[in-house]
Design a protein around this ligand. Structure first.
Ligand SMILES: NC(=O)c1ccc[n+]([C@@H]2O[C@H](COP(=O)([O-])OP(=O)(O)OC[C@H]3O[C@@H](n4cnc5c(N)ncnc54)[C@H](O)[C@@H]3O)[C@@H](O)[C@H]2O)c1
Length: 266
Protein backbone atom coordinates (compact mmCIF):
# COMPACT_ATOMS: atom_id res chain seq x y z
CA UNK A 1 0.00 0.00 0.00
CA UNK A 2 1.21 3.52 -0.79
CA UNK A 3 2.25 5.67 2.15
CA UNK A 4 2.04 9.39 1.32
CA UNK A 5 2.25 10.55 4.95
CA UNK A 6 5.61 12.30 4.43
CA UNK A 7 3.82 14.77 2.15
CA UNK A 8 1.14 15.61 4.71
CA UNK A 9 1.03 18.35 7.35
CA UNK A 10 -1.54 16.63 9.54
CA UNK A 11 -1.95 18.28 12.93
CA UNK A 12 0.81 20.85 12.36
CA UNK A 13 0.37 24.56 12.89
CA UNK A 14 1.52 27.04 10.25
CA UNK A 15 1.80 30.80 10.50
CA UNK A 16 1.29 32.29 7.04
CA UNK A 17 1.96 36.03 6.95
CA UNK A 18 -0.11 38.14 4.57
CA UNK A 19 -2.52 35.27 4.00
CA UNK A 20 -5.47 37.56 3.30
CA UNK A 21 -4.57 37.72 -0.40
CA UNK A 22 -2.60 36.27 -3.30
CA UNK A 23 0.24 33.85 -2.65
CA UNK A 24 -0.30 33.95 1.13
CA UNK A 25 -3.93 32.89 0.78
CA UNK A 26 -3.04 30.24 -1.81
CA UNK A 27 -0.40 28.86 0.55
CA UNK A 28 -2.67 28.91 3.59
CA UNK A 29 -5.35 26.97 1.69
CA UNK A 30 -2.91 24.39 0.29
CA UNK A 31 -1.39 23.89 3.75
CA UNK A 32 -4.88 23.46 5.18
CA UNK A 33 -5.61 20.96 2.39
CA UNK A 34 -2.51 19.06 3.50
CA UNK A 35 -3.81 18.91 7.09
CA UNK A 36 -2.35 21.97 8.84
CA UNK A 37 -4.08 24.45 11.12
CA UNK A 38 -3.35 28.02 10.06
CA UNK A 39 -2.53 31.27 11.81
CA UNK A 40 -3.67 34.01 9.44
CA UNK A 41 -1.22 36.80 10.34
CA UNK A 42 -2.54 39.71 8.33
CA UNK A 43 -2.90 43.50 8.38
CA UNK A 44 -6.37 43.58 6.80
CA UNK A 45 -9.08 42.13 9.03
CA UNK A 46 -11.77 41.50 6.35
CA UNK A 47 -9.36 39.73 4.02
CA UNK A 48 -8.04 37.66 6.91
CA UNK A 49 -11.56 36.66 7.96
CA UNK A 50 -12.34 35.53 4.39
CA UNK A 51 -9.25 33.31 4.31
CA UNK A 52 -10.10 31.91 7.75
CA UNK A 53 -13.60 31.00 6.55
CA UNK A 54 -12.09 29.14 3.57
CA UNK A 55 -9.71 27.23 5.87
CA UNK A 56 -12.56 26.25 8.21
CA UNK A 57 -14.58 25.06 5.21
CA UNK A 58 -11.70 22.62 4.58
CA UNK A 59 -12.17 21.26 8.11
CA UNK A 60 -9.06 22.86 9.66
CA UNK A 61 -8.72 25.37 12.46
CA UNK A 62 -7.86 28.98 11.62
CA UNK A 63 -6.77 31.75 13.96
CA UNK A 64 -6.86 35.31 12.67
CA UNK A 65 -4.34 37.60 14.34
CA UNK A 66 -4.20 41.25 13.29
CA UNK A 67 -0.48 41.58 12.59
CA UNK A 68 1.93 44.11 11.16
CA UNK A 69 5.02 42.08 10.28
CA UNK A 70 7.17 45.22 10.20
CA UNK A 71 6.62 45.64 13.97
CA UNK A 72 8.54 43.53 16.50
CA UNK A 73 5.84 43.96 19.14
CA UNK A 74 3.04 43.00 16.76
CA UNK A 75 4.87 39.85 15.59
CA UNK A 76 5.72 38.78 19.15
CA UNK A 77 2.06 39.21 20.14
CA UNK A 78 0.99 37.16 17.10
CA UNK A 79 3.35 34.29 17.95
CA UNK A 80 2.15 34.34 21.58
CA UNK A 81 -1.48 34.20 20.39
CA UNK A 82 -0.62 31.24 18.12
CA UNK A 83 1.02 29.36 21.01
CA UNK A 84 -1.94 30.13 23.27
CA UNK A 85 -4.39 28.75 20.70
CA UNK A 86 -2.45 25.77 19.31
CA UNK A 87 0.17 24.98 21.97
CA UNK A 88 3.05 25.64 19.56
CA UNK A 89 3.98 26.43 15.98
CA UNK A 90 5.69 24.10 13.47
CA UNK A 91 5.84 26.12 10.26
CA UNK A 92 6.43 29.78 9.39
CA UNK A 93 5.74 31.09 5.89
CA UNK A 94 7.22 34.57 5.47
CA UNK A 95 5.09 35.80 2.60
CA UNK A 96 4.48 39.53 3.15
CA UNK A 97 6.34 41.75 0.71
CA UNK A 98 5.96 43.54 -2.57
CA UNK A 99 6.41 46.94 -4.13
CA UNK A 100 4.33 48.77 -1.52
CA UNK A 101 0.81 50.19 -1.69
CA UNK A 102 1.56 52.45 -4.69
CA UNK A 103 4.03 50.62 -6.95
CA UNK A 104 5.86 53.13 -9.13
CA UNK A 105 8.95 53.69 -11.19
CA UNK A 106 11.90 53.75 -8.86
CA UNK A 107 15.30 54.07 -10.50
CA UNK A 108 18.04 54.88 -8.00
CA UNK A 109 17.98 58.61 -8.77
CA UNK A 110 14.22 58.78 -8.20
CA UNK A 111 14.18 56.66 -5.06
CA UNK A 112 14.17 58.63 -1.82
CA UNK A 113 15.88 57.21 1.25
CA UNK A 114 12.60 56.87 3.16
CA UNK A 115 11.08 54.82 0.29
CA UNK A 116 14.22 52.64 0.25
CA UNK A 117 13.98 52.06 3.99
CA UNK A 118 10.26 51.40 3.95
CA UNK A 119 10.46 48.78 1.15
CA UNK A 120 13.49 47.20 2.79
CA UNK A 121 11.47 46.94 6.02
CA UNK A 122 8.46 45.45 4.22
CA UNK A 123 10.47 42.87 2.24
CA UNK A 124 13.51 41.97 4.36
CA UNK A 125 13.33 43.33 7.91
CA UNK A 126 9.84 41.85 8.30
CA UNK A 127 11.23 38.38 7.54
CA UNK A 128 14.07 38.93 10.03
CA UNK A 129 11.51 39.91 12.70
CA UNK A 130 9.32 36.84 12.04
CA UNK A 131 12.26 34.39 11.78
CA UNK A 132 13.70 35.71 15.04
CA UNK A 133 10.40 35.35 16.91
CA UNK A 134 9.79 31.84 15.50
CA UNK A 135 13.32 30.51 16.11
CA UNK A 136 13.30 31.97 19.63
CA UNK A 137 10.07 30.05 20.25
CA UNK A 138 11.55 26.80 18.89
CA UNK A 139 14.70 27.17 20.99
CA UNK A 140 12.58 27.51 24.14
CA UNK A 141 10.88 24.17 23.41
CA UNK A 142 11.99 20.83 22.03
CA UNK A 143 10.10 21.31 18.75
CA UNK A 144 11.61 21.15 15.32
CA UNK A 145 10.49 23.74 12.80
CA UNK A 146 10.37 24.73 9.16
CA UNK A 147 10.57 28.17 7.58
CA UNK A 148 9.57 28.97 4.00
CA UNK A 149 10.57 32.48 2.87
CA UNK A 150 9.03 34.07 -0.19
CA UNK A 151 11.57 35.99 -2.28
CA UNK A 152 11.26 36.72 -6.01
CA UNK A 153 13.03 36.00 -9.28
CA UNK A 154 14.03 39.68 -8.88
CA UNK A 155 16.50 38.50 -6.20
CA UNK A 156 18.44 36.63 -8.87
CA UNK A 157 18.07 38.62 -12.10
CA UNK A 158 17.79 42.38 -12.74
CA UNK A 159 14.30 43.78 -12.55
CA UNK A 160 14.38 47.32 -13.98
CA UNK A 161 13.05 50.18 -11.87
CA UNK A 162 13.08 48.12 -8.72
CA UNK A 163 16.50 48.50 -7.16
CA UNK A 164 15.31 48.18 -3.56
CA UNK A 165 12.92 45.27 -4.21
CA UNK A 166 15.65 43.16 -5.85
CA UNK A 167 18.16 44.03 -3.13
CA UNK A 168 15.70 43.19 -0.34
CA UNK A 169 14.73 39.87 -1.95
CA UNK A 170 18.41 38.98 -2.47
CA UNK A 171 18.73 39.60 1.27
CA UNK A 172 15.95 37.07 1.85
CA UNK A 173 17.87 34.47 -0.19
CA UNK A 174 21.00 35.14 1.86
CA UNK A 175 19.16 35.08 5.21
CA UNK A 176 17.67 31.72 4.19
CA UNK A 177 21.15 30.24 3.69
CA UNK A 178 22.54 31.68 6.93
CA UNK A 179 19.65 30.56 9.14
CA UNK A 180 19.69 27.10 7.56
CA UNK A 181 23.39 26.81 8.40
CA UNK A 182 22.99 28.18 11.93
CA UNK A 183 19.98 26.10 13.01
CA UNK A 184 20.15 22.90 10.93
CA UNK A 185 21.57 20.86 13.78
CA UNK A 186 18.80 22.13 16.02
CA UNK A 187 16.20 20.63 13.66
CA UNK A 188 15.19 23.82 11.88
CA UNK A 189 15.03 23.80 8.08
CA UNK A 190 14.85 27.08 6.16
CA UNK A 191 14.10 27.31 2.45
CA UNK A 192 12.98 29.99 0.03
CA UNK A 193 10.74 30.27 -3.02
CA UNK A 194 11.58 32.75 -5.78
CA UNK A 195 8.44 33.20 -7.90
CA UNK A 196 8.25 34.74 -11.36
CA UNK A 197 4.90 36.24 -12.38
CA UNK A 198 2.02 35.19 -10.16
CA UNK A 199 -1.64 36.04 -10.79
CA UNK A 200 -2.31 38.16 -7.70
CA UNK A 201 -4.19 41.49 -7.47
CA UNK A 202 -1.29 44.00 -7.68
CA UNK A 203 0.57 42.59 -10.72
CA UNK A 204 -2.81 41.92 -12.38
CA UNK A 205 -3.64 45.62 -11.96
CA UNK A 206 -0.22 46.68 -13.31
CA UNK A 207 -0.87 44.73 -16.52
CA UNK A 208 -4.51 45.85 -16.81
CA UNK A 209 -5.17 47.14 -20.34
CA UNK A 210 -1.64 46.21 -21.47
CA UNK A 211 -2.47 42.98 -23.23
CA UNK A 212 0.42 43.27 -25.70
CA UNK A 213 2.90 43.49 -22.86
CA UNK A 214 1.24 40.56 -21.12
CA UNK A 215 1.40 38.48 -24.32
CA UNK A 216 5.07 39.40 -24.80
CA UNK A 217 5.70 38.41 -21.20
CA UNK A 218 3.99 35.07 -21.73
CA UNK A 219 6.21 34.43 -24.74
CA UNK A 220 9.35 34.51 -22.55
CA UNK A 221 7.80 32.16 -20.00
CA UNK A 222 8.50 28.60 -21.19
CA UNK A 223 5.23 27.30 -19.76
CA UNK A 224 3.48 30.23 -21.52
CA UNK A 225 1.43 31.66 -18.64
CA UNK A 226 1.54 33.25 -15.20
CA UNK A 227 1.57 31.13 -12.05
CA UNK A 228 -1.54 30.63 -9.92
CA UNK A 229 -1.07 31.31 -6.18
CA UNK A 230 -2.07 27.73 -5.32
CA UNK A 231 0.79 26.37 -7.44
CA UNK A 232 3.26 28.14 -5.15
CA UNK A 233 1.22 26.97 -2.17
CA UNK A 234 1.80 23.36 -3.18
CA UNK A 235 5.55 23.99 -3.44
CA UNK A 236 5.45 25.55 0.04
CA UNK A 237 3.63 22.44 1.33
CA UNK A 238 6.41 20.26 -0.08
CA UNK A 239 9.10 22.42 1.54
CA UNK A 240 7.23 22.40 4.87
CA UNK A 241 6.62 18.65 4.84
CA UNK A 242 8.90 15.74 5.74
CA UNK A 243 9.03 14.92 2.02
CA UNK A 244 11.76 17.58 1.78
CA UNK A 245 13.53 16.57 5.00
CA UNK A 246 17.03 16.74 3.46
CA UNK A 247 16.50 20.11 1.74
CA UNK A 248 17.60 23.27 3.55
CA UNK A 249 19.15 26.64 2.72
CA UNK A 250 17.80 26.42 -0.83
CA UNK A 251 16.00 28.87 -3.06
CA UNK A 252 13.62 27.17 -5.47
CA UNK A 253 12.82 29.27 -8.54
CA UNK A 254 9.17 28.87 -9.55
CA UNK A 255 8.99 31.01 -12.66
CA UNK A 256 7.57 28.64 -15.29
CA UNK A 257 11.14 28.46 -16.60
CA UNK A 258 11.46 32.24 -17.08
CA UNK A 259 15.03 33.34 -16.42
CA UNK A 260 14.85 37.10 -17.03
CA UNK A 261 12.36 39.95 -16.90
CA UNK A 262 11.21 41.34 -20.23
CA UNK A 263 10.72 45.00 -19.44
CA UNK A 264 9.60 47.51 -16.90
CA UNK A 265 5.90 47.39 -16.11
CA UNK A 266 5.24 50.28 -13.75
N1 LIG B 1 2.60 38.35 -7.31
C1 LIG B 1 3.77 38.15 -7.93
O1 LIG B 1 3.87 38.13 -9.17
C2 LIG B 1 5.02 37.92 -7.10
C3 LIG B 1 6.19 37.57 -7.77
C4 LIG B 1 7.34 37.34 -7.02
C5 LIG B 1 7.32 37.47 -5.65
N2 LIG B 1 6.16 37.82 -5.04
C6 LIG B 1 6.18 37.94 -3.57
O2 LIG B 1 5.16 37.14 -3.01
C7 LIG B 1 4.67 37.73 -1.81
C8 LIG B 1 3.16 37.89 -1.87
O3 LIG B 1 2.82 38.64 -3.00
P1 LIG B 1 1.29 38.79 -3.46
O4 LIG B 1 1.35 39.29 -4.87
O5 LIG B 1 0.53 37.57 -3.14
O6 LIG B 1 0.83 40.01 -2.52
P2 LIG B 1 -0.65 40.56 -2.15
O7 LIG B 1 -0.49 42.06 -2.14
O8 LIG B 1 -1.70 39.95 -3.01
O9 LIG B 1 -0.84 40.04 -0.67
C9 LIG B 1 -0.05 40.53 0.37
C10 LIG B 1 -0.84 40.44 1.67
O10 LIG B 1 0.01 40.89 2.72
C11 LIG B 1 -0.72 41.77 3.55
N3 LIG B 1 0.21 42.71 4.17
C12 LIG B 1 0.82 43.77 3.60
N4 LIG B 1 1.62 44.39 4.47
C13 LIG B 1 1.54 43.68 5.62
C14 LIG B 1 2.14 43.82 6.89
N5 LIG B 1 2.99 44.84 7.16
N6 LIG B 1 1.82 42.94 7.87
C15 LIG B 1 0.95 41.92 7.62
N7 LIG B 1 0.33 41.74 6.43
C16 LIG B 1 0.63 42.63 5.44
C17 LIG B 1 -1.70 42.47 2.63
O11 LIG B 1 -2.80 42.99 3.36
C18 LIG B 1 -2.08 41.34 1.69
O12 LIG B 1 -3.18 40.61 2.16
C19 LIG B 1 5.46 39.05 -1.65
O13 LIG B 1 6.56 38.84 -0.82
C20 LIG B 1 5.90 39.35 -3.07
O14 LIG B 1 7.07 40.15 -3.10
C21 LIG B 1 5.01 38.06 -5.72
Amino acid sequence: MQDMSAYALDGRTAIVTGSGSGIGRGTALEMANAGAHIVVAELQQDAADETAAMIRALGRRALVVATDVTSVESVENMVAAAVHEFGGVDILVNNVGGLGPKPKKTTITELEIDEWESLLRLNLTSQFICCKAFITLLLRSDRRGVIVNIASLAALVPYETSVVYGAAKAGVVSMTQTLAAEYGKRGVRVNCIAPGHVRTPIPEALYQGREELRAAQNRIIPVGRWCEPEELGRLAVFLASDASSYVTGQTIVASGGMTYFLTKVH
